[in-house]
Design a protein around this ligand. Structure first.
Ligand code: PLP
Length: 411
């Protein structure tokens, strides 16, 4: 009869992100073709990308000494590989005229780990982490070791031309009295594909400055890499901003490589936390992409291959959904980027948890929407009327998958 600590119970009690990863593993291993996989956040297997990474790995294998042998045989410093960090700093400085120094950067074992570190470095029960535009990334929930440390403000719904809608930050509803240590947004937002406009970012930044809080912007799908944004955008860098990046959606989720760019004190703290929790970071993602960060070709790959790949599929997915859900009341969040469609069924007769189960029985895996609203202050029916679908994995199978969703809705 093994007893777990309070913390152990909390972290091992199950979570939306755990369900999502379990669904992902099951279908990847067991799929017999009968289940339509629209869950998870796996990037698409882009053929040009797969070839590129194979070629890079072959080059590494051929490099004795500093290449392959160093990658496998040595721990990196806990901040990350020095040469990789310098390459990242130089790339942003060259491209955007910033003045990053290596001390403004820390590497983590994936973006997910970066958020666990950031939220617990900054948030506690009386100085919170704010999600000013809920729904937000499912993986943020359960990350605060203090359960009270996360707080969400519902997005304001704006209906657009059918079938679209958008969430906007409800600036009037942002907490004034409550102490906030950081506000966090993903841009593009997972699950909605919303790319916050510059004006809203400036307002949010001003709100954070006035509260002496950091503004964390999660660029897991952002610019300039992987650049899954369907219009030209620049990253947002100001005083008191922390940017996170990841190599995952470039097609390298298996390398578990996250990049934090921020004030030196924050990056130093992140490196310290890496040393405590895992000694050092995995080296493979950094070694594999190093020359592409050094010569800037990573940006060409994202601009010329990644963005068009997802942009084309996003348009196509919207069209398929419109055709197959004809006659059913639904809305799609306007997709500015990322690899999801966020579907809202305003007349759904059941909770999204039940809807998810019914869809699973009908052979479609999606992610139910209620998992994306973390510690909302009150009940919001809307939060149980949405689902997220990942259209990236199998666009050819999408019409059949949406037909199955339509059949469940009609019945
Ligand atoms: N942030 C967002 C918005 C994500 O969607 C994800 C993964 O799906 C992550 C962070 C974490 O990704 P990783 O740990 O693979 O870098």
């Amino acid at each position: 009869n093994i007893q777990f600590s309070q913390l152990g119970k909390r972290m091992a009690a199950g979570s939306g992100i755990e369900d999502l990863m379990e669904d992902l593993g099951k279908t990847l291993v067991n799929s017999d073709g009968s289940i339509a996989m629209l869950g998870g956040g796996n990037p698409a297997p882009i053929p040009e990308g797969q070839k590129l990474w194979r070629e890079r790995m072959s080059s590494l294998l051929a490099e004795e000494g500093d290449g392959f042998d160093r990658m496998l045989g040595y721990y990196d410093p806990h901040q990350g590989n020095r040469r990789f960090i310098e390459a990242v700093a130089n790339l942003f400085n060259r491209e955007y005229g910033w003045d990053l120094e290596p001390e403004n950067i820390a590497i983590t074992n994936g973006g997910q780990t970066a958020f666990f570190f950031l939220f617990n470095l900054l948030g506690d029960s009386d100085s919170k982490i704010l999600f000013p535009l809920s729904p937000e990334y499912i993986g943020y929930s359960t990350q605060g070791l203090s359960p009270e440390s996360l707080l969400s403000v519902p997005g304001k719904i704006e209906l657009q031309e059918k079938p679209f809608f958008r969430y906007r930050i409800d600036f009037d509803a942002l907490p004034q009295g409550t102490p906030i240590r950081a506000a966090c947004v993903s841009r593009p937002t997972n699950p909605t594909g919303n790319v916050l406009c510059l004006e809203d970012l400036e307002r949010l930044h001003a709100y954070c400055r006035a509260k002496d809080a950091l503004l964390i912007i999660d660029n897991a799908y952002g610019t300039p890499f992987p650049n899954m944004i369907f219009r030209d955008e620049a990253p947002f860098w100001r005083e008191g901003v922390v940017l996170t990046y990841s190599l995952s959606k470039l097609g390298l989720p298996g390398t578990r490589t996250g990049i934090v760019i921020g004030p030196k004190a924050v990056c130093r703290a992140i490196a310290s936390m890496t040393a405590v929790v895992g000694l050092a970071n995995g080296t493979v993602g950094q070694a594999l992409t190093l020359p592409m960060f050094e010569d800037g070709s990573i940006l060409d790959y994202c601009r010329n291959t990644v963005r068009p790949y997802y942009e084309t599929r996003s348009r196509c997915a919207v069209k398929i959904v419109q055709e197959e859900l004809e006659g059913i009341p639904f809305r799609i969040h306007e997709p500015d980027g990322a690899l999801f469609l966020w579907l809202w069924f305003p007349e759904l007769k059941m909770h999204s948890a039940e809807f998810y189960q019914k869809l699973k029985e009908a052979g479609v895996l999606v992610v139910p929407g209620h998992f994306f609203f973390h510690n909302l202050p009150g009940d919001w029916t809307h939060a149980s009327q949405c689902i997220r679908i990942n259209y990236a994995m199998d666009i050819d199978g999408l019409p059949e998958a949406i037909r199955r969703i339509a059949a469940v809705l009609r019945s």
